[in-house]
Design a protein around this ligand. Structure first.
Ligand SMILES: [Zn+2]
Length: 90
C-alpha cells in the first residue's frame, strides 16, 4: 500500500525585500556607489545626493540603519556629510 502524502500546509512568508522597504522608511540613505550617506531630502531627484556620484536612490540606496547595525559605536545616528562609511570595515 502506498501512502501519498501531499503537504498543503506549507506556509511561506513572502520574501521580504528589506532593503527596498526600509529605504522608503529611512531618513538617512547610504549610497552603495560612493559609500557616503545623506539625508533623503538631499537626494537629487532619484539620484545620490553627492553630485560626483551617479548612484541612484532606489538601486544603490540602503537604509542607513542597516549599515549602522552592529557598528553603532562608530556610525552615528545622523551620518556626517561627505564622510565615507565603508560597509566592509570589519
Ligand atoms: Zn553616491
Amino acid at each position: 500500500m502506498t501512502v501519498v502524502s501531499i503537504q498543503l500546509t506549507t506556509v511561506r512568508q513572502p520574501p521580504t525585500n528589506r532593503k527596498v522597504k526600509s529605504v522608503s522608511e529611512s531618513v538617512f540613505i547610504w549610497c552603495l556607489h560612493c559609500e557616503r550617506a545623506y539625508h533623503r531630502d538631499k537626494a537629487r531627484g532619484g539620484n545620490c545626493a553627492y553630485d560626483d556620484c551617479d548612484g541612484s536612490v532606489s538601486f544603490d540606496g540602503w537604509n542607513w540603519n542597516d549599515i549602522r547595525e552592529g557598528r553603532e559605536d562608530r556610525y552615528p545616528a545622523s551620518p556626517e556629510w561627505g564622510k565615507v562609511y565603508s560597509q566592509y570595515d570589519d
